[in-house]
Design a protein around this ligand. Sequence first.
Ligand code: HEC
Ligand code: HEC
Ligand code: HEC
Ligand code: HEC
Ligand code: HEC
Ligand code: HEC
Ligand code: HEC
Ligand code: HEC
Length: 452
Amino acid sequence: MKKVMGISGGLAACVVLAIWIGGAWAESKKVYTNLAPKEMVIKRGYTETEASCIQCHAKETHGIVEAWKVGKMGHSSVSCYDCHSVDKNSPMASQCEGLKGTDIYTSPMVSAKTCSRCHPSEHDEFSKSGHAMLSSKAVMDNKKFDKLMYHYEGAMELGLEYGSPANRASRATGCQMCHGTEVELGPDKKPIKETWPGGVGTRYPDGGVGNCTVCHTRHEFSIEEARKPEACASCHLGPDHPHIEIYLESKHGQKFSTQGEDWKWDSAPDAWEPGDYTAPTCATCHMSGIGDLSTTHNVNERLKWDLVHKRSEIRSGARGDGEKGDKLMRQVCANCHGSTHIKVQRDNLDNAVALYNTYWDRAVEMKSELKGKDLLKDDPWKDPFQELMYYLWHHAGRRARHGSAMNGPDYSHWHGFFQVFQIVKDMEDLYEHRVKTGKIETLSPVMSTGPI
Ligand code: HEC
Ligand code: HEC
Ligand code: HEC
Ligand code: HEC
Ligand code: HEC
Ligand code: HEC
Ligand code: HEC
Ligand code: HEC
């Protein structure tokens, strides 16, 4: 089901990228990808200004132009000017070296708002998902995380000044590169290094929220790339959300790894169906059209449980509609599996969630008793009981839940439930020791890296 694209300003008219090379029109990608950049002269389909960006940049930033011209938007004459030019009065208006002295203003920043001019439905769906506001919120608006990012990781404890470049380095090179943050501007109206470039939920000075390039990277903006699991793997990995690891050990990942090279990745939007591939990727289950389902840029739409926070509940409110999500996800599976198989998988996930929640509830019970008896340290990172409780939900407990959801038995068991029960046992020991002695032990038995 293809959506209508609201293309602005005469662009639809010039859908063929025409490049003049020494007198001959080059129509196929093959001819002009072999071109030395200096020889590239744009003659048709662009205004003089638009053509000048491409011509000069073919010399100055050769790599960008090479990537742009192999992409669908390059082929459709969507140019540098369409995405990078801004109004003179825009808070982020600057001029690149080649435009000094002209009345054309540009910005190296391009938010989802710019894309929304021509892709309104993708933008609307994306904006409703956890990838937009909620994603940068996680890094920006939470006092508890401020303490983690600045006070602890940013070494204020060791004397670094709040807000100094070194103090912000961990946040800028870590959290923000996945989550995004609010871009701050310097006096030249360019972004300051502590805030840009950023991850999926980046908030821009033009009011746009979201960085669309995290899945289809610039300047090709390819849907083939976004359909491959590697497009998600730059963020969805590691000890606390090992989604690519789980996928690669699942049967689906086995098929992708052994047969993926022969799959057809470039089907038109919303027309990528079983037959083009034999097993799903991340995009198939969470985003792509399949059977009766349309493509969605709202990754929350097909989810039932919230498996990321401390206690798993069925999704509601800003996190989506879990009951509806359950039905949609079953519909994905039904393209390739029978009803018995689907019921087994979905019921097993519900049971895994119930098991994890039982452990979590026990931990909460112990913590509240200790709190009532004043047997918790103020600094949770120096208190082994509280450190373990963090690893229980944030690392091992997530791995157990995510492994169960996406068919990764090693993550469900060895990196998951096996470690969950060990952590809870250690917490019980500490709890009993504190209740019996009325004291908090002085040395932390928890290694700083925790049970990985
Ligand atoms: C479809 C929109 C689009 C088009 C067309 C486009 N860009 Fe970009 N460009 C982006 C986006 C998105 C970013 C990432 C911006 C961000 O992270 O805020 C970007 C980033 C950049 C950057 C800054 C990052 C870096 O690597 O230095 C430069 C320079 C740039 N583009 C140049 C160009 C040139 C030159 C062209 C034309 C050949 C072009 N762009 C065409 C969307 C576009
Ligand atoms: C005569 C050469 C020339 C022309 C014409 C030109 N540029 Fe540039 N542009 C450069 C050079 C050189 C740089 C790198 C230095 C800099 O960042 O200013 C650059 C950098 C940029 C950047 C990144 C700026 C940054 O802060 O990193 C963007 C975005 C950009 N150009 C867009 C455009 C657009 C859009 C046009 C057409 C309206 C254009 N350029 C026309 C030479 C040119
Ligand atoms: C001026 C209009 C315009 C703007 C702005 C624009 N696009 Fe496009 N986009 C197009 C057109 C036209 C196509 C080509 C449609 C086709 O060939 O089917 C396209 C296609 C695409 C595709 C599909 C590529 C493929 O492989 O099939 C993606 C992904 C995409 N755009 C992402 C973006 C992103 C991300 C931005 C913002 C950074 C953006 N677009 C900004 C007009 C635009
Ligand atoms: C490698 C990329 C990456 C880094 C670095 C990263 N995160 Fe995340 N974070 C994610 C992903 C992916 C999820 C979603 C996991 C899921 O839904 O299963 C997530 C989930 C979260 C959540 C739960 C969702 C929510 O909004 O309540 C919070 C909070 C969070 N991260 C905060 C942080 C903070 C703070 C930092 C830095 C101290 C950080 N993250 C570093 C990728 C990252
Ligand atoms: C989480 C990864 C991800 C992000 C972020 C993302 N996309 Fe996509 N995009 C995809 C995938 C996957 C497809 C291919 C869907 C399919 O198989 O049909 C796609 C397809 C598209 C298409 C082709 C038409 C369609 O709807 O299938 C356009 C246009 C597009 N994206 C634009 C955008 C824009 C604009 C943004 C930012 C608002 C964005 N994308 C952000 C993953 C992403
Ligand atoms: C640039 C990093 C990045 C990339 C690339 C990325 N994600 Fe995410 N994703 C995140 C972050 C960060 C979160 C957590 C957002 C939050 O704080 O709620 C997240 C959350 C999610 C969620 C849960 C949403 C929620 O509200 O609980 C799903 C599902 C998801 N991503 C799927 C995907 C898929 C599928 C892809 C690839 C097609 C992908 N992501 C690519 C960073 C990324
Ligand atoms: C076979 C389909 C399938 C594939 C392939 C798949 N997932 Fe999932 N994913 C699921 C299901 C099912 C759930 C649990 C949904 C629910 O709650 O009902 C889930 C949950 C998630 C969540 C957790 C959201 C939360 O609540 O914490 C994220 C994030 C995610 N997947 C990302 C990915 C990424 C990234 C990939 C690829 C590396 C991937 N998925 C591959 C089906 C899939
Ligand atoms: C595009 C087709 C396709 C889709 C969609 C799909 N699967 Fe699969 N699935 C397969 C194939 C093929 C296998 C490998 C069968 C084998 O091992 O012989 C498989 C294997 C599995 C396995 C391993 C156990 C077994 O049967 O060997 C599980 C569990 C599973 N799928 C669950 C799911 C769930 C849950 C969904 C929906 C969220 C889903 N699948 C969606 C094609 C698909």
